[in-house]
Design a protein around this ligand. Structure first.
Ligand SMILES: CC(C)(COP(=O)(O)OP(=O)(O)OC[C@H]1O[C@@H](n2cnc3c(N)ncnc32)[C@H](O)[C@@H]1OP(=O)(O)O)[C@@H](O)C(=O)NCCC(=O)NCCS
Length: 159
């Protein structure tokens, strides 16, 4: 597999075909965690906050950001969802999506934090975020006591 040939695409209602959306839904349903229902996944696409990493016609992974998040720190760039298809894991793809997609917001969100909620027991995700420089915050998660809030300054993430 040639990772360099994969491209990150902003999903919109216009370019998200039924076949593509079915892949997004299937990845979400197979992630082994709390899953967002298809209508919420579609809403995230409709507001222009979801990017897919495409390997030709195959979705290798996707990420949803909330650029208007105000749950933590007043305003932050919040990672709502990130998923990599099982067959594509451990190839640096989640790291690439996080760095590249957050990088799109360097001007609009200069000086702000990138935030996310992660289940305490989700070791793969916690390791991923730690490797990228996120640290555990003492803020309580809006998702309840099973989750942690992790944060990193935007400028540090996209270095
Ligand atoms: C978490 C997830 C997004 C990681 O995607 P990925 O593309 O495999 O991640 P990367 O290849 O960029 O991993 C970067 C680093 O994260 C850590 N990591 C990733 N998966 C790991 C695992 N299963 N076990 C331990 N560490 C892991 C490693 O340090 C890895 O670096 P290395 O491969 O050089 O050791 C993916 O496993 C996934 O989609 N999981 C289900 C959905 C999910 O948990 N989303 C996060 C919700 S908060």
């Amino acid at each position: 597999m040639q990772r360099s040939k994969m491209e990150i695409v902003l999903l919109t209602p216009a370019n998200t075909t039924d076949a593509l959306f079915r892949q997004i839904v299937a990845i979400e349903e197979n992630c082994g965690l709390f899953t967002y229902p298809p209508e919420v996944l579609w809403e995230c696409i409709a507001v222009g906050d979801t990017y897919a990493l495409m390997d030709g016609g195959t979705v290798a992974g996707f990420i949803t950001l909330d650029k208007d998040a105000t749950d933590y720190f007043g305003l932050s760039l919040h990672i709502v969802n990130i998923n990599v298809t099982a067959a594509y894991r451990r190839q640096g793809l989640a790291s690439r999506m996080l760095r590249v997609c957050c990088g799109y917001y360097t001007e609009s969100h200069a000086g702000l934090m990138v935030t996310l909620d992660v289940e305490k027991t989700n070791t793969p995700a916690r390791r991923l975020y730690e490797k990228l420089g996120f640290t555990v915050s003492d803020l309580p998660s809006e998702n309840g006591e099973n989750d942690l809030v992790m944060t990193v300054p935007l400028e540090q993430l996209i270095l």
